[in-house]
Design a protein around this ligand. Structure first.
Ligand SMILES: Cc1cc2nc3c(=O)[nH]c(=O)nc-3n(C[C@H](O)[C@H](O)[C@H](O)COP(=O)(O)OP(=O)(O)OC[C@H]3O[C@@H](n4cnc5c(N)ncnc54)[C@H](O)[C@@H]3O)c2cc1C
Ligand SMILES: NC(=O)C1=CN([C@@H]2O[C@H](COP(=O)(O)OP(=O)(O)OC[C@H]3O[C@@H](n4cnc5c(N)ncnc54)[C@H](OP(=O)(O)O)[C@@H]3O)[C@@H](O)[C@H]2O)C=CC1
Ligand SMILES: CC(C)=CCC[C@@H](C)[C@H]1CC[C@@]2(C)C3=C(CC[C@]12C)[C@@]1(C)CC[C@H](O)C(C)(C)[C@@H]1CC3
Length: 533
């Protein structure tokens, strides 16, 4: 056992020398960890066998049945045993207070080229599935930019990509969920079978309804490249209007309706709008392997186009899909100030990104407090008609650029159709049953913190959440939330969710959604303590 004083000194040292810790420990350790995961994934794929899936599911069912036999006072609420530090969430859900069930399901089960779907186990990652699908000429309809996100975690949380203005949120591309519910039975939920209520409430449920053991996802045909056009735009109204027009906010099928759209906002008045189409090789257009280790970080390349002007490039599809992986959008810049320097890139660029898993692994309580008080990590889904207001409020509260904008279709599935509230009629795209929203991504150290201007993280975030509720938007729940339960129930519609929890026995077996996604620390107390007066 390490003496307490030594332990405290070590923790202090780790907290005071984070950049050194990242370079000396996190980067090499995450690199070794990635190699090990790749080898493990490869070996697993060699031994892939649907029979094994059935027996692994029976094992999970048996564990849930055993849990049911425990005396009720010994029955802690159920959650998966996936270590929290592996999860892409800023929170540290306290798994040790719960009864953990292992879900060792990492296989891709079946590719159905006729119905254009793929059936997978929930722990398959975005990295695994892109590696599997792309050589076969397919991609997930909604694919995320971070290799570590799992297909199950995204299904029960939420996912969005630059194709979401056409495909909607990730869960709109799921055709069935196979779930072990609280009594240990296995149910398959689809949009039109007897479990359609479960189907509607599994997205945004964060494992509070049952254990996901398989899911079937829609795939799309691809071409080897994305022909991307970068359009630098000056003037807020000009870039907001352009994003709205191109994403189909004003009309269902505008003349120019690209497969991929993304906006990176560098200041209130400057943005680069990127539009992409699937393409074959075209000798007239330069190829950019933008995800290679020595290449400038993607958003830095995008920013440089303000000097260079409008440009067209061919990006190999895998490079495009993982374009934000190396710099974790722009998060790594605040951690490693020299990470995009040419020398660092050529010699050590292959070590990036630091695995979020390792960053979480080395997070002490002090750093955790820092993470939510001196940084902001938020993705918020808001009506795109309010884009100017979103930018105004976010820049006032956080003074943090770039901001990320992904347009996204929010489908109106009718009353009480899941946790997502119906979009307001005034936001519906004329002649359709959907409204155009967008993800607003705010990541990193707020300018107000860097400049030591007055900043209270709790009141800033609560103002942002209030705006989100007022316009009928939704906060991604991987991020820290600052809402009371009442406010949470204004943002999300829990009416069907509560019915489903009772019907499928989740009450008393799985934690409630709010309890699962609220920060594990007292944000109000810590927020006050760290506020910059
Ligand atoms: C967005 C972000 C995420 C980080 N996440 C991790 C992590 O998960 N694990 C890890 O080991 N290190 C993390 N760090 C720390 C990082 O590795 C650097 O050590 C640190 O940013 C630079 O510290 P400094 O003393 O050189 O500069 P400073 O001038 O002390 O800091 C620069 C800015 O970063 C903020 N900051 C400083 N230290 C931290 C910290 N530990 N966490 C959050 N913000 C900080 C400060 O508020 C300041 O605005 C993170 C830093 C940032 C900015
Ligand atoms: N572009 C995007 O849209 C991005 C989205 N994200 C967010 O990151 C998260 C995904 O990260 P990831 O690390 O893969 O997932 P997590 O491990 O964070 O899981 C997310 C939630 O789903 C639950 N869950 C996961 N698998 C199962 C299962 N098989 N059975 C029951 N519950 C399960 C977890 O419960 P438990 O705690 O019990 O394990 C947890 O509450 C999502 O919340 C997503 O919104 C992140 C990056 C990008
Ligand atoms: C819809 C879109 C584009 C979503 C992108 C979300 C990412 C930017 C988020 C998801 C998880 C995320 C919050 C994470 C972090 C950065 C931003 C991430 C990657 C980090 C690594 C930042 C540093 C933190 O100390 C900590 C390690 C807790 C988190 C972990 C999750």
């Amino acid at each position: 056992m390490m003496p307490n004083s030594l332990k405290h000194r070590l923790i202090r040292w780790l907290e005071d020398n984070r950049e050194l810790v990242v370079v000396l420990f996190c980067l090499p350790a995450s690199f070794i960890f990635s190699v090990m995961l790749r080898v493990r994934g490869y070996l697993r794929r060699l031994g892939s066998d649907p029979q094994r899936h059935d027996s692994a599911v029976r094992e999970i069912q048996a564990r849930v049945q055993q849990w049911n036999k425990l005396p009720s006072q010994n029955r802690k609420l159920l959650c998966t045993s996936r270590p929290n530090w592996l999860s892409l969430s800023t929170k540290f859900f306290e798994k040790h207070l719960n009864h953990q069930v292992p879900i060792p399901l990492y296989d891709i089960l079946e590719l159905d080229e006729q119905n254009m779907t793929v059936r997978v186990e929930p722990m398959v990652t975005i990295g695994d599935i892109t590696e599997y699908l792309i050589p076969k000429g397919y991609s997930l309809a909604v694919t995320i930019e971070l290799v570590d996100a799992t297909l199950g975690g995204l299904a029960l949380g939420t996912g969005m990509s630059t194709h979401s203005h056409k495909a909607g949120l990730y869960h709109e591309t799921i055709t069935s969920y196979e779930v072990v519910i609280a009594d240990g039975s296995l149910v398959t939920a689809t949009a039109d079978n007897e479990h359609s209520d479960l189907f509607k409430t599994l997205p945004w449920s964060h494992g509070s309804l049952g254990f996901l053991v398989a899911l079937t996802l829609k795939i799309v045909k691809i071409k080897p490249y994305i022909k991307i056009k970068y359009i630098p735009v000056k003037g807020q109204k000009a870039y907001c209007d352009m994003i709205r027009q191109l994403s189909g906010t004003n009309e269902a099928r505008p003349k120019e309706f690209p497969d991929y759209i993304e906006g990176t906002i560098f200041s209130k008045d400057e943005a680069v709008v990127m539009i992409g189409e699937y393409s074959d090789y075209d000798a007239k257009v330069p190829v950019n392997h933008c995800s290679r280790w020595y290449k400038p970080w993607f958003y830095k390349h995008v920013e440089s186009l303000f000097r260079k002007g409008e440009k067209e490039e061919l990006i190999p599809l895998r490079d495009y899909l993982l374009r934000h992986n190396r710099a974790i959008f722009w998060v790594v810049e605040d951690m490693l100030s020299f990470g995009n320097d040419t020398l660092f890139r050529y010699f050590f660029g292959w070590l990036l990104p630091p695995k979020p898993a390792f960053l979480k692994f080395t997070t002490t309580p002090g750093i955790r407090a820092y993470t939510f008080t001196k940084q902001v990590f938020q993705d918020i889904v808001l009506p795109i008609k309010e884009l100017e207001k979103q930018i105004e409020i976010a820049s006032q509260l956080f003074e943090k650029f770039p901001l990320l904008v992904y347009p996204c279709k929010i489908i109106d599935h009718g009353p009480s159709s899941g946790q997502l509230k119906r979009p307001d009629a005034k936001y519906l795209v004329p002649g359709t049953n959907y409204a155009m929203y967008n993800d607003l991504g705010v990541y990193g150290v707020p300018g107000r913190v860097k400049e030591k201007k007055s900043y209270n993280p709790v009141s800033a975030m609560r103002k942002m959440e209030e705006f989100t509720r007022d316009v009928g938007g939704y906060s991604f729940l991987y991020a820290d939330i600052f809402m009371t339960r009442e406010e949470f129930e204004v943002m999300f519609d829990l009416s069907l969710y509560e019915v489903v929890r009772k019907k499928y026995g989740a009450e008393g077996a799985f934690p409630h959604l709010y309890d699962k996604v609220k920060p594990e620390i007292n944000v109000f107390e810590i927020g006050e303590e760290y506020a910059i007066k």
